[in-house]
Design a protein around this ligand. Structure first.
Ligand SMILES: Nc1nc2c(ncn2[C@@H]2O[C@H](COP(=O)(O)OP(=O)(O)OP(=O)(O)O)[C@@H](O)[C@H]2O)c(=O)[nH]1
Ligand SMILES: [Mg+2]
Length: 478
């Protein structure tokens, strides 16, 4: 390539009109509400042609009306991220369109944000992707943990920007000042105390996981990119009964959420009781992943990461209606957040009904599976040990319920299982032990003969062991 700018590709609102007669309505997003803030999307992207669908959807969901976009394919410019010429074009475009914000599809350094702000018409907000996501979450946190997680993500985002603002105003790096700076120290203190609070919540949750396992539940977690179909699938898998939490527990067990396809529909982990392949499970729905976020922001969503890592089986939900490139990008983002898991991972190709509808043959899922396999083939197991588990996805449709029994069978197969046959003399003690085992869902069969009872046990290894000890009348060790 002779020149960085040679492949510059841009599109403005007026060239967006192929799907709409209204030049102010960008393609791919719903018509903005009247009080939406007019914004221009700017992106430096390697993709050719550039794809701004996702950032436009995020912007629309956060209350912006995208009036156009400026994109460029080149290496990062240290001052503006985009090149100088392109940034001046952006400046003119924002002025002409009367836009109030620039939505930057990437992470800007504090310095780049300031430089861009200086060049743009006075008062134009510069919103990079991490800030857009924080805005999108807004104040909607629906649990104590989600609230703290959001606060932590916000503080981690703000800290380098506060340092940058001080350095800009005073011309010195506050990190070199021995006494520090009050504003920085304050944010650092709040980060520490929020981290401590989240550590405590994480400890509580770990204890609760242990208690739930001791009570005979298998812990299954759904993970995946935002909008992949996790919550819809979680509701399909769930038993139609109230959650098993005692009253007064932290409220991470919100019930049904609205489903309208906007990103970050789920803001907290949510756990429901389910019976999967005859096993008593607790299915945890989690917050979706998104690419282009700094690690600090991703790490803030600890409840999601912990639930997925510590699950007895994690379902990685991927949207079968995506093409191979989108699938790979979303898989990468998901894997880089999850990294490794303690238990097995089952890839689930969701929205199979849509993938089917897209093909010629109504029942043919082969193109969707091929696209998925091509996406996985492009991943390296160095990226995450989980890559190895991603072959052979289970296609499901939560909408028409296709594939749900195959998924249940795959989960039941993947769960840690022990079996035992115990013969005990029938009596009060054996009946008490049997009732204990029934409560924990590990009784596979019971046979009475004379004054003996033979019990077939199958289920979580620790629970089967304990049931065996109790049936034999041995000390339970509890
Ligand atoms: N056609 C079809 N659409 C589905 C299916 N499952 C989910 N969807 C749609 O996909 C969109 C996202 O579904 P959710 O279940 O909210 O996705 P999610 O992964 O929980 O999303 P976040 O919570 O935002 O991360 C919604 O518009 C659903 O109606 C399915 O099996 N078939
Ligand atoms: Mg969800």
């Amino acid at each position: 390539m002779s020149r960085d700018d040679a492949t510059t590709n841009e599109r403005d609102a007026s060239s967006d009109s192929d799907e709409s007669t209204d030049p102010d309505t960008p393609t791919g997003v719903d018509a903005p509400s009247a009080d939406a803030t007019p914004a221009v999307v700017a992106a430096r992207t390697a993709a050719d042609p550039p794809d701004t669908t996702e950032v436009r959807e995020l912007a629309a969901a956060a209350g912006y009306a995208v009036v156009g976009e400026i994109t460029q394919r080149r290496r990062e410019d240290p001052t503006y991220d985009l090149g100088r010429g392109k940034t001046e074009e952006l400046m003119r475009f924002v002025g002409d369109a009367d836009a109030e914000a620039v939505i930057y599809d990437g992470s800007l350094s504090p310095g780049q944000t300031f430089s861009l702000g200086d060049l743009l018409p006075t008062g134009t907000a510069v919103i990079d992707r991490p800030r857009l996501v924080l805005e999108l979450f807004g104040d909607a946190a629906d649990s104590r943990a989600a609230d703290r997680q959001l606060e932590l993500a916000r503080l981690r985002y703000e800290l380098p920007r506060i340092r940058g603002a001080i350095a800009r105003d005073s011309g010195e790096d506050v990190r070199l000042r021995p006494e520090g700076d009050g504003r920085v120290l304050d944010v650092e203190k709040r980060i520490e105390s929020t981290e401590r609070a989240l550590d405590e919540i994480a400890d509580d949750r770990a204890t609760r996981r242990t208690e739930r396992r001791d009570a005979g539940f298998d812990l299954v977690a759904l993970a995946g990119y935002t909008n992949a179909g996790k919550s819809t699938l979680a509701r399909r898998l769930a038993d139609d009964v109230a959650d098993p939490e005692p009253a007064g527990e932290p409220t991470d067990l919100t019930t049904t959420l609205s489903v309208d396809g906007s990103p970050f529909e789920t803001l907290s982990t949510t756990t429901r009781r389910a019976t999967i392949g005859g096993r008593r499970a607790l299915v945890t729905d989690t917050v979706g992943f998104l690419d282009g976020l700094p690690h600090g922001a991703v790490r803030s969503f600890r409840a999601t990461l912990d639930a997925v890592r510590a699950a007895d089986c994690a379902l990685l939900v991927v949207d079968a209606s995506d093409d191979s490139a989108a699938l790979r990008r979303k898989l990468r983002a998901s894997l880089s957040a999850i990294r490794a898991t303690d238990g097995p991972v089952i890839p689930v190709l969701s929205k199979a009904d849509e993938a089917r509808a897209g093909g010629g043959d109504a029942d043919d899922l082969a193109p969707a599976i091929e696209a998925y396999e091509a996406a996985v083939a492009g991943l390296d197991s160095d990226e995450s040990p989980v890559v190895e588990s991603l072959r052979s996805p289970v296609p499901v449709s939560a909408r028409d319920e296709a594939g749900l029994s195959e998924l249940a069978a795959a989960v039941a197969d993947a769960l840690p299982t022990a079996t035992a046959t115990v013969e005990a003399s029938n009596g009060g003690d054996a009946q008490a032990a049997l009732s204990w085992a029934y409560d924990r869902g590990v009784v596979d069969g019971v046979d009475y003969e004379g004054d003996a009872v033979t019990v077939e046990l199958a289920g979580r290894p620790a629970v089967v062991d304990e049931a065996e000890r109790r049936l034999r009348g041995e000390d339970s060790g509890e």
